[in-house]
Design a binder for this molecule. Structure first.
Ligand SMILES: Cc1cc2nc3c(=O)[nH]c(=O)nc-3n(C[C@H](O)[C@H](O)[C@H](O)COP(=O)(O)OP(=O)(O)OC[C@H]3O[C@@H](n4cnc5c(N)ncnc54)[C@H](O)[C@@H]3O)c2cc1C
Length: 380
């Protein structure tokens, strides 16, 4: 990799990789997947390592790292266990970034140290049944009533809700001239009276899952508003671009794992009296997987380092998200093909990559939406 990591960053990567090799066995990941079980013990261990507070300022119990450190952590965890990496992505995005950046002093003092230890998990609720790609058209209503907001409406696809204590909920607080106006972000207690949830069955990401939330007169103290009243869309843009980095880093790690499995299999599996890696069709497939993974990695760290230097643009985030998520999908698909019929069985992990990689090009802004963002900057 032609990226200048500092010696501290290299050491950090080696430490995380060593932890993953030691603590995260294939059997454990498969068990969590099969049983739809969240890796709670491991998450707590990450808290003990201090990694859940990686981008939380030191004064609130974190280690004050930047985007490059976050990307290293998520990439290495994603290589070992994608859903665990996604759990951490929520801590660093909704805790480390959103609350650190826009929280009140009280919110920061109360919440961030708990995010850093893993005592408190945060998820994100933006999407609604009628507001997906057109996210600014959300209608979940938060009406002011004295010192509180009263929430009514629905959110769909809130991932990780089952392990969360708090949800960052984007709500409509005013009609606004344009749909982007009148949106406010609220920190909502996941077990608040009137907030009901049900799991949504999906193709993958079973350990943490995703949920449908129904809000009926849910009361949220005004002290739990995150950022400014009616002007939450601007902040959401910042969070969503950070989310694109995190998800891309995690999936780049997962793509590397899929590639490693396919290479190992191709050297062991013999047909026509030789390893299948001898066949050019297989070797070329592996070469394409290598190229896609390497470019994803370069884009992840290009974006992370631009973010740390204050140079990142929405276009950069869209290019990264589009490429890295399409690459993981393609790598998983080709990897499964390398394993032939065995790739299609539940005995190997390629099927999980195949299932989970499909979400990348849908969630957090579909590939079409990323292309829209990129093409708008091209003077067409
Ligand atoms: C498993 C899972 C987990 C998720 N987790 C979360 C979460 O934690 N929090 C959260 O808030 N949301 C979450 N989401 C929601 C996710 O971000 C949305 O599904 C996604 O943004 C797309 O919205 P939609 O599903 O309503 O599709 P739609 O917006 O209805 O899109 C349908 C199709 O139309 C295309 N399309 C729509 N508009 C355009 C356009 N302008 N130009 C070109 N093509 C367009 C889309 O690309 C897509 O192919 C999750 C979704 C899933 C499936």
């Amino acid at each position: 990799m032609d990226i200048d990591f500092s010696p501290e960053q290299e050491l950090f990567r080696a430490t995380v990789r060593d932890f993953c090799d030691r603590e995260i066995t294939r059997d454990y990941v498969r068990e969590c997947d099969r049983e739809h079980r969240p890796p709670t013990e491991l998450y707590r261990k990450l808290g003990e390592q201090g990694w859940l507070g990686i981008n939380i300022p030191e004064e609130y119990g974190g280690s004050g790292g930047g985007a490059v450190e976050v990307a290293i952590l998520l990439e290495e965890l994603g290589r070992a266990f994608l859903d665990l990496s996604f759990w951490v992505f929520r801590a660093v995005t909704w805790g480390g970034l959103a609350i650190s950046r826009d929280g009140t002093e009280d919110q920061k003092r109360e919440l961030l140290p708990k995010v850093a230890t893993g005592e408190l998990s945060v998820c994100f609720s933006l999407t609604e049944p009628d507001a997906g790609s057109d996210a600014a058209s959300i209608t979940l209503k938060a009406e002011e009533d004295g010192d509180e907001f009263v929430l009514n409406g629905q959110k769909v696809f809130t991932s990780g809700f089952k392990v969360s204590d708090l949800a960052v909920v984007a709500a409509r607080t005013a009609a606004g001239e344009k749909k982007h106006h009148g949106i406010t972000n609220l920190l909502v207690d996941a077990r608040a009276p009137g907030l009901e949830w049900s799991p949504i069955e999906t193709l993958g990401h079973w350990p943490l899952g995703t949920a449908l939330l129904t809000f009926t007169d849910v009361r949220v103290p005004k002290s739990m508003m995150l950022g400014t009243l009616h002007d939450g869309w601007r902040d959401l843009g910042v969070y969503l671009r950070y989310e694109r980095l995190c998800l891309s880093a995690a999936r780049t790690g997962a793509a590397k794992a899929a590639l490693a499995d396919a290479i190992a299999y191709s050297k062991e599996r013999r047909q026509f009296d030789q390893p299948i890696s001898n066949f050019q069709a297989v070797a070329h497939r592996l070469a394409d997987m290598q190229v896609q993974t390497e470019i994803s990695e370069m884009l992840v760290y290009r974006y992370a380092s631009r973010l740390d230097r204050g140079l990142a643009t929405p276009r950069d985030a869209a290019i990264l998200k589009l490429f890295a998520c399409e690459a993981y999908k393609s790598v998983a698909d080709m990897g499964l093909q390398v394993l032939g019929g065995y790739g299609y069985t539940m005995e190997y992990d390629l099927q999980r990559h195949f299932r989970e990689s499909r979400l990348g090009v849908i969630g957090a802004g579909t590939s079409d939406i990323q292309r829209n963002i990129i093409s708008k900057t091209m003077g067409l």
